[in-house]
Ligand binder design. Structure first.
Ligand SMILES: *Cc1c(COP(=O)(O)O)cnc(C)c1O
Length: 444
């Protein structure tokens, strides 16, 4: 074992036939199907009766006062920002390495984005790179529990409290995860997240946020929930203007999604518990293999990876003779196991963050209402810019089946053991490793 010829070079594959169920997600039962059919047959797709039940159950699950459903996670984040009074000329601080929806909704509120570095180990915003970026215009820090790993919330909350700014948690990768024994999404002022079909909490297009702050909740309702912007509103500034949505937006969740959400919630903790067991088993088996490291919090820290959305590992090329992550992944894929180089590309390098005039201000949107040039050039965030070559996507097991997982372990072990065979034909990484929307390579 481990010395057999690499499949890429004509040897046998490490992974045999594996049932699709091992990776299939979400798990849908007759109960999900019945819940959807009920909404469909009643014709209440556009109502809020099911959604309100889902919100209540979701809030109870996380021990929060309020949950508000949305038609997607992007809009839950925009509404969370509006709830935190992010407006014209304001700034948010967020990590550059994330999916665009963490940051870009700020633009439609007239605000702009200042990017901070990520920590190379957690891959989440680096608390040491936040404080010097705070100005009198900073309204919120948007934290992402990136690829399931909880961000360093203690340090972040301490900074935010000292500067009287809000913290928005983007929980789209980490629903149900823990940070030092507390659920992620419940630590900042508001926890917003996607629940779309590709995420670990998957209900179809949908999003939700949770908060204990009634003003954040009501401002979000005012922005895009017209039929709930009614007499129930307590906020004195909002009350005189109920009836039509401030944003001119309509953010209500589709009830076929909320119906699925109610059923999924019942099984969610148990199902991600099995994912956690499977993924930890995978990494434990690979603990002594050079070149690759788990992306997960220390066992026993009280922190977890939630549903391990978009599972990734760290890649240390120096331990494998400088072999590129691209070539490494190519060889692992030839063994029959998922492996894809990179993660999200750093947003601060995208041309939208430099030159596009989205709304016709006569200048780039990123500085349209700013009192200084916040644009960040290549070279300004070296960790974020270099991370693509140092991480790779791995299989996302949904079931704890050791004999199957061991085949995938063997695929990785075999490639690492035979890395020298791959050096000759290694043409290196492409100019950028990763993608704006999806992660490079196959995902399943
Ligand atoms: C998926 C995602 C979103 C956006 O959610 P949608 O439901 O797709 O609108 C926001 N932030 C992060 C980090 C995401 O991965």
């Amino acid at each position: 074992m481990g010395n057999e010829k690499l499949a890429l070079l004509g040897g046998p594959k490490a992974v045999g036939q594996v049932e699709a169920e091992m990776f299939h997600w979400p798990i849908v039962t007759e109960e999900d199907e019945a819940a959807v059919l009920e909404v469909l047959r009643k014709g209440t797709m556009s109502g809020t009766d099911v959604t309100k039940k889902f919100e209540q159950e979701f809030a109870d699950w996380l021990g929060m006062d309020y949950a508000l459903g949305f038609n997607n996670g992007t809009n839950s984040l925009q509404a969370a920002m509006y709830g935190c009074e992010v407006g014209i000329g304001d700034e948010i601080i967020c990590p550059s390495v994330t999916y665009w929806a963490t940051a870009l909704p700020a633009f439609s509120l007239g605000a702009t984005v200042v990017f901070a570095e990520i920590d190379p180990v957690t891959l989440c915003i680096d608390p040491k790179d936040i404080e010097h970026r705070i100005t009198e215009r900073t309204k919120a820090i948007v934290v992402v529990h990136y690829l399931g790993h909880p961000a360093d919330m203690d340090a972040i909350m301490e900074i935010a409290e000292r500067h009287h700014i809000k913290v928005i948690e983007d929980v789209s990768h980490a629903q149900g995860g823990y940070y030092k024994g507390r659920r992620v999404g419940t630590i900042g002022d508001v926890g917003a997240m996607s629940l779309m079909a590709g995420k670990s909490f998957a209900i179809g297009e949908g999003g939700i946020f949770v908060t204990n702050n009634r003003d954040i909740y009501e401002r979000a309702i005012a922005l895009g929930h017209y039929e709930r912007f009614n007499d129930s509103i307590q906020n004195e500034a909002l009350r005189p203007h109920i009836g039509v949505p401030y944003g001119g937006y309509k953010y209500r969740m589709h009830q076929m999604s909320s119906a699925v959400g109610r059923v999924q919630l019942k099984e969610y903790d148990r199902r991600i518990g099995e994912i956690d067991k499977a993924m930890n088993y995978f990494w434990d088996q690979l603990a002594d293999v050079p070149g690759i490291r788990a992306h997960r919090p220390d066992p026993g820290s009280g922190s977890t990876m939630g549903g391990w959305y978009a599972t990734h590992g760290h890649y240390v090329a120096e331990e494998l003779g400088g072999l590129s992550v691209s070539r490494f992944c190519e060889a692992v894929r030839a063994e029959g196991a998922d492996a894809s180089p990179g993660c999200n590309l750093p947003l601060h390098l995208h041309s939208l963050l430099h030159e596009v005039d989205v709304y016709g201000h006569g200048k780039p949107t990123v500085i349209a209402n700013a009192n200084r040039d916040v644009r960040q050039e290549r070279g300004s965030l070296p960790v974020s810019e270099g991370i693509g070559a140092k991480v790779f996507g791995i299989p996302w097991f949904k079931h704890y089946r050791p004999e199957i997982i061991e085949q995938y372990v063997e695929a990785y072990r075999k490639v690492a053991a035979n890395y020298k065979e791959l050096l000759a034909e290694d043409s290196g990484n492409p100019g950028s490793v990763g993608g704006w929307n999806f992660f490079a390579g196959a995902r399943r």
